[in-house]
Design a binder for this molecule. Structure first.
Ligand code: PMP
Length: 398
């Protein structure tokens, strides 16, 4: 009966996690998956989250369904964070937001919505991008292409090629953009580049879909949302998927949101209705626990302030690890440029290691990175950084 069902080789990044768990090397280091570990190598529970949990802790409380769109406070929390608390676009009720099952759920709801209402649209993702972007949009029946992005030779963005490529796209084609902390490269556009790129998006009447999973890990909460707010200021229609997995360290609670910026309130109302219907036919309504945590932390001034400083502490620790790794590598591998480590943003760094070097790190040293050379810098800490630097120097020498 199932003869024709094809073998699934597994997700390359999640597969690495399993391999890592089974590795018996006592010095093993996990730099594969995009998860923030603290200085002790532990997945943190943020203090603001602990307080929120204490406020809702009643294991015997009833568990009603949430509405299809999720809790109002969760949705408001997404909007304020993405667009700014007093943003005119929010006062004008032009943003339709649904709470979603993580950032992945937001992408899926957005992709299903677009494939239904813009059936001719193709979707273009950066080369390279997070692998699931392609899978999710293809899974919604859309054709997915790649736009030029990362330049291996210089470690920067192929900006001229990117602009030239966007100029070839058709009205209503979807361009999936990373507003900050590009996954997997860590290489972002400057604000001036965003201005130029969004101008082309406007001229070509493309649909920008901004996926923001690391807000607060780049520069700060507001600067990281620059591209989103600029697009709104320019009057562009816009899809934004956001994830709280990393910046609230709520990975398994699956919390995120999808916001669609519309030209008028009346259109936003209709879009909101169709987003709800999209949710209804995929999973009906989101889970409640994580949504309640988001609601409390985002809407309580004190907890929100505490949250922001906790995110900045994570950001600063990552930056410190970047600096330290750079200085050790510079001393051990003279002549090779490691500037990329401190110019890239967020959790990830494209190290430029070959797949063979990445494989050696794994088999000889128990150090796990993605084969495209992506390292999760947030897996480094004072106890393992010298070991990692030495191992990297070793494989780079040969
Ligand atoms: N977008 C990007 C760019 C990501 O890196 C991730 C998480 N790896 C997601 C979306 C999905 O986030 P979530 O885990 O909340 O589904």
């Amino acid at each position: 009966m199932f003869e024709r069902v094809e073998f699934y080789a597994g997700d390359p990044i999640l597969g690495l996690m399993v391999e890592f768990a089974n590795d018996t090397n006592p010095n093993k280091v996990n730099l594969g998956v995009g998860v923030y570990y603290d200085e002790d190598g532990v997945l943190p529970v943020l203090e603001c989250v602990k307080t929120a949990e204490q406020r809702i802790a009643d294991p015997f409380a009833a568990r009603p369904y949430l509405p299809m769109e999720g809790l109002p406070g969760h949705r408001k929390g997404c909007q304020n964070l993405l667009f700014g608390k007093d943003a005119p676009v929010l006062q004008q009720n032009r943003v339709a937001t649904v709470a979603t099952i993580g950032g992945s759920g937001a992408l899926k709801v957005g992709a299903d919505f677009i494939s239904k209402w813009f059936p001719q649209a193709k979707c273009y993702v950066s080369d390279p991008t997070w692998g699931n972007h392609i899978a999710i949009f293809e899974g919604s029946g859309m054709e997915v292409g790649k736009y030029p992005y990362y330049d291996k030779a210089t470690g920067s963005v192929k900006f001229d090629e990117l602009i030239a490529f966007f100029k070839t796209l058709n009205k209503n084609d979807v361009v999936l953009l990373h507003p900050c902390c590009h996954n997997p490269t860590g290489v972002d556009l400057t604000q001036a580049q965003w201005d130029e790129l969004l101008q082309v998006v406007k001229e070509r009447e493309l649909i920008p879909f901004m996926d923001i999973a690391y807000q607060g890990f780049g520069e700060d909460m507001d600067s990281d949302a620059y591209a989103i707010r600029k697009a709104v200021d320019m009057g562009l229609p816009l899809f934004v998927s956001n994830s709280f997995s990393k910046n609230l360290s709520l990975y398994g609670e699956r919390v995120g949101g999808l916001s669609v910026v519309c030209p008028t309130e009346e259109e936003a109302d209709r879009v909101f209705g169709q987003l709800k219907f999209t949710v209804r036919r995929i999973y009906s309504s989101p889970p409640s626990h994580g949504g309640r945590v988001v609601d409390i932390v985002m809407n309580d001034d004190e907890l929100h302030e505490q949250w922001v400083s906790e995110v900045y502490a994570m950001r600063d620790r990552i930056k410190a690890m970047r600096l330290k790794l750079k200085s050790v590598l510079e001393s051990k591998v003279p002549g090779r440029n490691f500037d990329y480590l401190t110019t890239q943003n967020g959790m990830f760094s494209f190290t430029g290691l070959t797949p063979e070097q990445v494989e050696r790190l794994k088999t000889e040293f128990g150090i796990y990175m993605v084969s495209n050379s992506r390292m999760c810098v947030a897996g480094l800490n004072s106890s393992n950084i010298d070991y990692v630097a030495n191992a990297m120097a070793e494989v780079l020498k040969d």
